[in-house]
Design a protein around this ligand. Structure first.
Ligand code: ATP
Ligand code: MG
Length: 396
């Protein structure tokens, strides 16, 4: 910390005043003592008198007369008092500097930090203040992000609801105004309106599910489940659908069976979406492979791979974001909402695990790591949510 000229002068003045006062005090004490010693000669030979003399040739030096002892003690006390007073004054100045800096920050200069370093506890105060300002800025930024993400959510939802709703209103309008020529026309219009309503329902359901699993206190119904059997079952349940698309689906595992503590219903929501995605988006794919690997006593890895065209590098980072769909996926046939992977990620995080995607020209693989014991999460939930991107950004 740098003192201003005024502070330096004040410190000097304080020093001089203290020295003058101390000298006066010393003098007064000395005079008092001298008088009492003179008026009471017995004292001279008492405990106050220390006689040490050395002899050099014919000279006798009396080194430690009581006066010398007294003066030495007084000098030491004086130095201590002087140092203590100057130090106290200097501390006050430090505090004033900190208060000035605080006022400056409080006036709205939130990018300002207390720039100087001090000694001891005062430095801890400075560090705490700087840290506090950092936290305030971070919370402000977080709040802004949340606000923005809410706005984005509303924009996306209204857009995704408006499109089918417009077409429902259009077709119902045609029916209302009897603008159809035959019964088959009428059936076609009602069918389209019906399909669009279902699409809206699925969006609303997804949205509901998404907001539910996003909450950190969402209750999971944890039960022991055999994850190997579950992966085999889910693969079997998609066999027919895969066949229709001329694809094969197989499940492999490095263990015969493996019990993990998890919410089977929520996990099957994740697996259904991943396999559904592989079927919908695996362009040119003819194989889907599910692989279960026990990594260690508390970590199981589940891989959902499909061959075919890779997910573009720039999209790998974003597929877990809600409403994100890779360019071109917003077609009618595949018409998803873009919430599936966001929901999947939240469910995996609720389980204490993590999910990421790897994609190369041969295989696109969604990799999930789950803890085998629910009370020993692999990652901290808060960290996983804040570091969502870093996990989903991992590429093969
Ligand atoms: P929803 O699952 O909500 O019905 P969706 O399937 O479009 O909709 P997500 O499951 O979140 O949404 O997937 C997001 C996007 O990621 C998809 O639109 C698609 O573009 C891309 N994607 C997901 N899985 C694959 C895959 N296996 N191969 C290629 N692209 C994929
Ligand atoms: Mg999906």
């Amino acid at each position: 910390m740098k003192l201003t000229t005024r502070e330096k002068t004040a410190l000097l003045f304080e020093g001089i005043v203290t020295i003058v006062l101390l000298l006066l005090l010393n003098l007064a004490l000395l005079v008092l003592l001298l008088q009492s010693v003179q008026s009471n000669p017995g004292l001279r030979d008492g405990i106050f008198i220390i006689k040490r003399s050395i002899v050099i040739g014919p000279m006798h030096y009396q080194l430690w007369s009581w006066e010398n002892v007294f003066i030495t003690i007084m000098a030491i006390v004086d130095v201590i008092v002087l140092w203590w007073r100057l130090r106290r004054r200097y501390h006050q100045m430090e505090l004033h500097h900190i208060i000035d800096e605080l006022h400056y920050i409080a006036e709205g200069h939130l990018d300002h930090r207390i720039p100087f370093t001090l000694k001891g506890d005062t430095q801890r105060v400075v560090d705490s203040v700087n840290h506090l300002v950092d936290s305030v800025i971070q919370s402000l930024q977080d709040e802004r992000d949340i606000e923005k993400s809410k706005d984005d959510l509303i924009t996306n939802v209204s857009h995704d609801i408006r499109t089918p709703l417009t077409s429902i209103i259009g077709y119902l309008g045609l029916i209302e105004e009897k603008q159809y020529h035959s019964e088959s026309d009428l059936l076609k219009y009602t069918h389209t309106a019906y399909m669009k309503s279902k699409q809206m329902k699925s969006l609303v359901d997804d949205l509901f599910e998404y907001t539910k699993v996003r909450q950190t206190d969402t209750p999971l119904s944890i039960n022991p489940i055999d994850i190997v059997a579950m992966m085999e079952q889910i693969a079997a349940s998609f066999e027919l659908e895969a066949e229709k698309k001329r694809m094969t689906i197989t499940a492999k595992s490095n263990v015969k069976s493996l019990k993990i503590e998890a919410d089977a219903e929520k996990l099957s929501r994740v697996f259904n979406n991943l396999i559904g995605n592989a079927l919908k988006y695996g362009k040119g794919a003819d194989r889907i492979v599910l692989k279960t690997t026990q990594i260690d006593e508390n970590d199981v890895e589940l891989r959902f791979s499909n061959n075919g065209e890779p997910i573009p590098k720039e999209s790998l980072k974003a597929v877990f974001e809600r409403f994100y769909r890779v360019e071109g996926s917003r077609s009618k046939e595949t018409g998803g909402t873009g919430l599936g992977l966001a929901i999947a990620q939240s469910i995996v995080i609720l389980h204490g695990g993590y999910i990421f995607v790897e994609s190369d020209p041969q295989w696109t693989t969604f990799v999930i790591h789950l803890p085998i014991h629910h009370d020993h999460p692999l990652v901290d939930e808060k960290e996983a949510r804040s570091g969502n991107l870093s996990l989903s950004q991992r590429e093969g």
